[in-house]
Design a protein around this ligand. Structure first.
Ligand code: MRU
Length: 334
């Protein structure tokens, strides 16, 4: 099978690929339990900013599959559970708040489930459309074929549609504008070597996986023409939170005079924030660093600092590609 569905609403259940098992096994999880969906977000079985938002919206809707005595109280319980799964990607809060606004307008309680599922599907369909438009706008950064480096995973496994940065690369490849792709392995959870490699392979795009620390060497050898990454939250001034290691890449690009681009839907822009220092950065469990495949690789008592994301200052970002446009600096998203 050359294509796959990362997230799908089917026969009253949410069906999603368990990303913790990729690429060695393609295992699907099927559930209509919002608690299981919250756990899937926490464990990164589903992940990527836009995809977290889509899945959380389905989580809210599925919580109303059976009759509920006190829908207002139940909504707030489910909303709070999903709200507290991961703190950085603003798409989660964007989607939950869209579901909340919609819920508050519903007058016919008998239709609750049907209406909420429709709204979740509409959030999902909107994301598919946004990804398509990000990919089209992203083509504007290619004046000739280029070798590209990307970080983390930003494809179908990170969104409800074709992806953000990954989809730009995929569409550009189809137009013969990509010479080669280097995928950062993306320590510690290996979204690059496991997930981006899986998607590049499915799309038959030529690639190599590199360790995160190899980027500088490749840049100094003139092997990278452009870097494109996704985003988890973008402040009004363009400062961008994304997977840890993104900031390193932007600094390296600046030194080597290589354009550094970010691609994300407008649902990733948090206009309530002036700048990136206001973005809450998730810290992950130390086991993700000291163990590989459950096996200790260092001493258990050694301390760890493991932020899941970093913030790239807007000054290092050449352009931000959204579904609306290719935005050039200076950025002002208010
Ligand atoms: O911790 P993750 O895997 O959810 O982090 C994902 C990223 O940092 C992605 O680059 C970002 O969400 C953009 S996805 C289109």
């Amino acid at each position: 099978m050359n294509d796959f569905k990362a997230v799908e609403y089917k026969n009253g259940k949410l069906v999603f690929l368990d990303q913790t098992k990729l690429p060695l096994a393609e295992v699907y999880i099927e559930t209509d339990d919002y608690e299981r969906i919250a756990q899937a977000i926490e464990r990164l079985e589903v992940r990527g900013a836009p995809q977290i938002g889509v899945v959380a919206a389905y989580g809210i809707a599925l919580a109303f599959k059976n009759n509920i005595d006190n829908p207002i109280e139940h909504f707030s319980k489910v909303y709070n559970r999903l709200f507290n799964t991961r703190p950085t990607a603003v798409n989660l809060f964007w989607a939950l708040n869209r579901m909340k606004t919609f819920f508050e307008k519903i007058t016919d309680q008998k239709e609750l489930f049907y209406l909420l599922i429709n709204e979740a599907q509409s959030i999902h369909n909107d994301d598919v459309e946004k990804c398509d438009n990000i990919a089209s706008n992203g083509l504007k950064i290619f004046d000739k074929p280029k070798s590209v480096l990307t970080h983390c995973n930003t494809g179908q496994l990170a969104t409800g549609g074709g992806g953000t940065a990954f989809y730009v690369i995929k569409k550009a490849y189809q137009k013969k504008l990509i010479k080669f792709v280097y995928a950062d392995e993306t320590r510690p959870l290996l979204q690059g070597s496991r997930l981006t490699a899986f998607e590049l392979d499915k799309a038959s795009i030529p690639f190599k996986i590199i360790t995160d620390s190899t980027a500088a060497v490749l840049m100094s050898q003139g092997k990278i023409d452009i870097v494109i990454t996704g985003a988890d939250r973008i402040a009004s001034n363009g400062d961008t939170a994304n997977k840890i290691g993104t900031y390193n890449l932007a600094v390296l690009c600046n030194y080597h005079n290589i354009p550094f681009y970010v691609a994300a839907p407008t649902s990733t822009i948090d206009t309530s924030l002036n700048s990136g220092d206001q973005i809450q950065i998730e810290e992950r469990n130390k086991d993700e660093i000291i163990k590989i495949n459950g096996q200790l690789v260092t001493k258990e008592n050694y301390d760890v600092f493991s932020p899941a994301f970093d913030v790239t200052p807007h000054k290092l970002i050449h352009g931000i590609i959204t579904e609306v446009a290719l935005h050039n600096p200076p950025y002002n998203f208010r």
